[in-house]
Design a protein around this ligand. Structure first.
Ligand code: 5RP
Length: 267
């Protein structure tokens, strides 16, 4: 692997733990002002100190993150559809030059295996990897799941393996029963999305199960920024990912940090 790609990957996945807590705040690119992200700067700023990297679009990066901030960026470069249309009909939205100008540590793009525009999204990924390889920028493939697909190990293993075969350097997918099969069949590191908002303890269990089944961490959005206490939640997720905390210990950390923040807010 090229030195530049390795170097950028080591900014995304912490070399000391081999794991990462990525904060996903890219939801607006197809679903508009998502709950909890209506004002991106307000949501993102307090979470930055606890995120190993941010996953977001260039629009939110430019408007809502200070350029002096040194958190690594994984730039969402696919899109072109909205929740009102066929979601798999994505293209590449952002040039490689733009990713370089924005000092991205990586680029992210969705693939929709089994969906109407499967071929188009897989060719998008291949093109992006070709460009990334040229300039030393790793690519994160997101295995987006169409409404008609089942999020089981068989399907997710298929999607993750295809992403890796086409050259993705890192894959983001969903946790499922039998997740070891998904990780085991994917020769590049895997991170999980959090999915829809769950009760905090359940989301921590999800992160725990994923890393214990071989994921290198999380690229979590709604289960952090829609939490009753987003900073407490990201700190609890970090304790699982980087410190191998148990779910009980992480949940305890969440409750204490939330209490402290609530008290501070009421004084
Ligand atoms: C969709 C995405 C999301 O926009 C986002 O990153 C998902 O994160 P979460 O499920 O944890 O809210 O990648 O394909």
């Amino acid at each position: 692997m090229d030195w530049g790609i390795k170097n950028r990957l080591s900014r995304i996945i912490r070399p000391d733990t081999g794991r990462t807590v990525m904060l996903a705040v890219d939801h607006g690119y197809f679903q508009g002002p998502t709950t909890g992200l209506e004002s991106p700067r307000k949501t993102i700023t307090p979470l930055i100190p606890y995120a190993d990297c941010l996953m977001l679009t260039r629009g939110v990066l430019r408007t809502s993150v200070d350029a002096s901030c040194d958190v690594p960026i994984v730039l969402r470069v696919s899109g072109g559809t909205s929740i009102l249309k066929e979601l798999s009909n994505e293209g590449i939205t952002t040039s490689i030059e733009e990713a370089i100008r924005l000092n991205a540590a990586g680029m992210a793009l969705s693939i929709f295996v089994g969906s109407e525009y499967e071929r188009q999204t897989l060719l998008n990924l291949s093109r992006l990897v070709n460009m990334g390889e040229r300039y030393g920028i790793p690519v994160l493939a997101v295995t987006a799941v169409g409404r008609e697909m089942t999020r089981d190990a068989r399907y997710l293993a298929l999607a993750c393996r295809i992403a890796a075969e086409l050259g993705a350097h890192l894959v983001k997918t969903y946790y499922c029963e039998g997740f070891q099969e998904v990780v085991g069949g994917c020769p590049v590191p895997v991170v999980i999305a959090g999915g829809k908002k769950l009760p905090e303890r359940d989301a921590l269990q999800l992160a725990y199960d994923a890393v214990h089944a071989g994921a290198v961490g999380v690229d979590m959005g709604r289960n952090i920024f829609q939490s009753d206490s987003p900073v407490a939640m990201i700190r609890a997720v970090r304790s699982i990912v980087h410190e191998d905390a148990t779910v009980d210990k992480a949940y305890d950390l969440y409750c204490k940090a939330k209490d402290k923040a609530d008290k501070k807010a009421s004084t």
